[in-house]
Design a protein around this ligand. Structure first.
Ligand code: ATP
Length: 328
């Protein structure tokens, strides 16, 4: 199929929600309208695609959403879509609506689903990275990461007040099962004494050494940021082990959890989502397919599915180095 013949673009959000997804939906819908293409919103990601839960959208239907967290199209995880039969059902619904191109907003799983759809049915598709974890190769930033990290920093600031007042050691768990981006940058910005991320092999003894060094220098309060995917135990386990070894601190644990997913997107995420939404539609109209939009050194780029899936977005060593210097 010739991509320039695209008439109807379907847009959906999939996987975990992230602040800024609405700004991306708005940008996709308005850009498609700008180029006189019709746009349809597919509800609840691949689940709604399989069930045919599809609504017509226009420039006006995405008014007043740029500042809202979550996603107006809702999101879901679909087991059925992982099967060829499920994807066939989904494609038949797209055909019924005359949808001849797709923009998916989500993480690597969502991109994998879109990759299969584009290959099996030759429907052009472009993915926009929407996930708070910032764990996708091919882009310096994913939509939602900046907002989630700001939320974590705000929480760290508040916890610091109470930690200081009571001479307490806090273990604060932030999101990131496989990726330490939120942890490392909220930890640097929040002045953490130690940051534990899945990518780094810090041992429990090294953690103890850094905490007791603080004890020696009469540091009165400490914040330790722990990414969910910590390899040496989650925040609760670490708190318990440290308490068994030292009675210097009164130890508390705070799990930030899903509050990191909500809230109004930051200016950065709104602008990022707007740029990526425009790029996704223009990319489709220019013949791009099976690619993810990314931003590298402030420039829009497109990367193939293989490039994204076969690489990881590594934490830069410089961030790890400065976090250590500044925590003494
Ligand atoms: P997040 O990073 O926030 O978790 P994600 O997009 O990676 O977002 P997943 O749950 O991994 O979230 O994937 C979203 C959906 O994409 C899945 O529920 C499934 O429907 C589809 N999907 C994921 N992997 C595959 C696959 N290998 N084949 C087909 N579809 C897939």
């Amino acid at each position: 199929m010739s991509h320039t013949k695209i008439k109807r673009i379907g847009v959906f959000t999939s996987g975990g929600d992230a602040p800024g997804m609405n700004a991306a939906i708005r940008a996709v819908v308005r850009t498609a309208s700008f180029y006189q293409k019709e746009v349809f919103g597919i509800m609840r990601g691949y689940e709604g695609m399989i069930e045919g839960d599809i609504v017509k959208l226009g420039a006006r239907s995405v008014g007043n959403i740029i500042q809202r967290g979550g996603t107006i199209l809702k999101t879901a995880r679909s087991q059925e879509f992982r099967t060829p039969e499920g994807r066939k059902k989904a494609y038949e619904n797209l055909q019924r609506e005359g949808i001849d191109a797709l923009v998916g907003i989500g993480g690597d799983g969502s991109f994998t689903g879109l990759h299969y759809l584009t290959k099996e049915f030759e429907i052009p598709g472009v993915c926009i990275p929407g996930t708070i974890d910032n764990d996708l190769a091919g882009t310096d930033y994913t939509i939602g990461y900046d907002t989630a990290t700001n939320t974590a920093v705000e929480a760290l600031d508040k916890i610091r007040d109470t930690a200081l007042s009571h001479n307490r050691l806090f273990f604060i768990e932030v999101m990131g099962r496989n990726s330490g981006y939120i942890a490392i940058n909220s930890g640097i910005a929040g002045g953490a004494a130690a940051i534990i991320i899945p990518e780094e092999n810090m041992t429990f003894e090294e953690l103890m050494a850094s905490l007791t060094a603080g004890e020696g220098s009469s540091k009165k309060s400490n914040l330790v940021v722990v990414a969910e995917g910590s390899k040496i135990g989650d925040a609760n386990e670490l708190a318990k082990r440290v308490a068994e070894r030292s009675s210097y601190f009164d130890i508390k644990v705070t799990i930030l959890g899903h509050l990191q997913r909500g809230g109004a997107p930051s200016y950065f995420d709104r602008v990022l989502a707007s740029k990526m939404g425009v790029a996704a539609v223009e990319g489709l109209l220019n013949g791009q397919t099976d690619v993810m939009v990314g931003i590298k050194s402030n420039k829009i780029v497109f990367n193939s599915f293989e490039t994204i899936i076969n690489h990881i977005h590594e934490i830069d060593n410089e961030s790890l180095r400065i976090a250590k210097i500044l925590s003494i």
